[in-house]
Write a protein that binds this ligand. Sequence first.
Ligand SMILES: Nc1nc2c(c(=O)[nH]1)N[C@H]1C(S)=C(S)[C@@H](COP(=O)(O)OP(=O)(O)OC[C@H]3O[C@@H](n4cnc5c(=O)[nH]c(N)nc54)[C@H](O)[C@@H]3O)O[C@H]1N2
Ligand SMILES: Nc1nc2c(c(=O)[nH]1)N[C@H]1C(S)=C(S)[C@@H](COP(=O)(O)OP(=O)(O)OC[C@H]3O[C@@H](n4cnc5c(=O)[nH]c(N)nc54)[C@H](O)[C@@H]3O)O[C@H]1N2
Ligand SMILES: [Mo]
Length: 753
Amino acid sequence: MTANDIPRAARQTRVTTSHWGAFEVTTEGDRITGTAPFTGDPEPSDIPQAVPAAVHHSSRVARPSIRRGWLERRDRSSRGHDEFVELPWDEALDIAAAEIDRIRKTHGNEAIFGGSYGWSSAGRFHHAQSQVHRFLNSIGGYVASFGSYSTGCAQAIMPHVFGVPFLRYLYNSQDSWQTIAENTDTLVMFGGINRKNAQVSMGGITRHDTQSWFERFHDKGMRCVNIGPQRRDAPEGCEWLPVRPGSDAALMLALAFVLEQEGLTDHAFLARYSVGFERFRPYLMGESDGLPKTPEWASPICGADPETIRALARRMASTRTLITVAWSLQRAEHGEQPYWMSAVLAAMLGQIGLPGGGVGYGYGAIGGIGKSMKSLRGVTLDQGQNPVGTFIPVARIADMLENPGVPYDFNGRRAPYPDIRLVYWAGGNPFHHHQDLNHLHEAWKCPETVIVNEPWWTATAKRADIVFPATTSYEREDIGRTDLDEYLFNMPALIPPVGEARDDYDIFAGLAERMDAGARFTEGRSSEEWLRHLYEGYRASGAEAGIEVPEFDDLRARNWVKLPIVQEPPLPSFLARFRADPEGHALNTPSGRIEVFSETVDSFGYADCPGHPVWLPPTEWLGTASAQTPLHLVSPQPGDKLHSQLEAALADQPDARPERVLMHPEDARPRGIASGDLVMLRNARGAVRARAVVSDDIRLGVVALPTGAWYGDASENIDPHGNPNVLTRDKGTSSLGQGCSAHTTLVEVAPLG
Ligand SMILES: Nc1nc2c(c(=O)[nH]1)N[C@H]1C(S)=C(S)[C@@H](COP(=O)(O)OP(=O)(O)OC[C@H]3O[C@@H](n4cnc5c(=O)[nH]c(N)nc54)[C@H](O)[C@@H]3O)O[C@H]1N2
Ligand SMILES: Nc1nc2c(c(=O)[nH]1)N[C@H]1C(S)=C(S)[C@@H](COP(=O)(O)OP(=O)(O)OC[C@H]3O[C@@H](n4cnc5c(=O)[nH]c(N)nc54)[C@H](O)[C@@H]3O)O[C@H]1N2
Ligand SMILES: [Mo]
């Protein structure tokens, strides 16, 4: 008997995995009744505690639902304000398939947007994005999206600098925690290294251990400096240099200036391993623009004292220094600049490729960065070929919907936005994640039809025309594994589907069948046959690598196994190989070296992203603060959950909503605000309610409101939940990256009586 065959009435406990790691789930009959930490996890996350209440929450979508205004009159303007009609599955699938067919036959597949960004759930087969993309490919293709909200800007700029796809740099090419612990003397963390963020990783992270690494760093006397607006962005025991958001490029330039002025630049390194320093130097020293980038120049911009900047630069030059950069820095206007400049600063220090030296990106942003693992071929559903070549940078969704045919720039290419008539979203929540939501609410009225697969009535589901209820990962069997984790899971179907929910696979199979693409989509396999098929491919790649992976039924019986794939000792980074042999391991840049100046970027002719890193003041930052909007809003990831997931249950907890906003005592006092008070954050784009937490853990002039709350209704003058994206700015980072620039936002905060 396998775990899946045990009679359901009994109380039982099994392990599953999720983006926030493995945990035990207790079920009684058809209900999830409790969760507990996984025994192998030294620092388990609290996030799963909300799972039982969320899975059985009244906000689950019970049955296929179609919006009345769309059903009766194809009305678009009432999207988000309308009621829904529940229909039987067959009828709803017939209507959706006929509509998709109509759009593709009338306007072509170029009129279907299937970018469908979002994290959905862990589990390799029932991965909503893979499923929606495979389905749309099976019926002729769709307009896709490039990059992520996480790192979209870095994904565009960093290949010009280091010549590798940014995600490859992140995943298997950086120094491991162990290498850092053994070699680094000074850890300079722009945006910190955040334990709360390392709780999660795409597809799962089983052993949470960031805290224990920092304990080792502190024990050996490593100096760890957190540079950014919030003290708590780094663990206890780190120094804090509070700086203004959006100013990091200026601070990095000043550090570089000190190196150059004091003869601390490693010119031998620059000459052998980089190109273009001579084109950058005149700007750094002020010869080209009359503005030497001295600490005195940077100090009023970033808020750090000139002597502190000088002392830090000297320390960085005289000790083994690793610069780390949080992803948040590039989620801002001109986010390309601190990213590129961090690489130039590290190159000037000459430590790139030395163990524990150079520059790293996203340590702590997600758990698993900094692990050194043997990589096996994944358990990955083939998405098929997309005959439509059109894509947009992921965060340009509202611009695309509103501006069909209008050309825009992206990374050296100029192309018109496609004319989208149908949007299909599965596994993401744009009405949580996108910027300037009141504006997105308007742009969302442009397409003729919006179809969403969702387990819950999120703000996005409420703004769809057709909503298909999707199962959660607790209601279907799957395989859990990722490149950054040594654990492999059978994720059992713990309970039957809630309401009439169906797996995304079955929803798409039903649509594909109605559109004569059934065989292409399913290849004749049931879900279980797919699981076995994908798993066999994985086992075979294990065997090739000499790693024994249990048989499918054996894994089912065991629930999880730990694979011997951790690299010990850790592998050297790709930059270490480049340093050892710069010709044999030349970088994939035009010069084969690190590009301090990029002819390619320069040739694009973008004023907002020239050929070498520069300081460009953002449109909204403390340097442009006004009486109406005097405070800088940062909107980090929430510590108590993953994005907007499980929000249904979390929002029910006493005093949980509105979301909490952190502000400095000297910003709170003159406004008559005390901890616990209800406040309103507002700017020209909107207003949200929040609850104040007053603390000197945040820099004066900055407020922090995490993401993750659901979004209310654009017709309400003030969003009741506290979603910061009501306030954030929806502009690309630059013509080059076109990433999301959420952190470039000014607001005012006022008490709410
Ligand atoms: N202001 C501001 N905004 C930001 C950010 C920021 O820093 N500041 N960060 C950005 C970043 S980096 C990200 S990654 C995004 C995150 O934004 P999203 O990834 O969109 O957020 P999630 O809440 O994870 O959305 C996943 C959705 O999928 C649904 N789901 C879960 N499992 C399934 C399934 O099996 N099938 C289907 N059909 N649906 C499922 C969930 O219920 C949820 O609604 O937010 C971005 N927005
Ligand atoms: N618990 C939890 N963990 C998560 C997620 C989640 O939803 N919940 N989401 C995951 C995802 S999708 C992603 S992409 C990563 C994101 O990882 P990051 O982008 O690294 O994380 P954030 O929390 O957005 O930002 C980290 C900190 O950067 C600081 N910051 C903001 N602007 C600036 C600036 O201009 N300069 C400097 N120096 N600092 C600045 C803020 O104080 C903020 O707290 O997190 C992942 N981890
Ligand atoms: Mo992200």
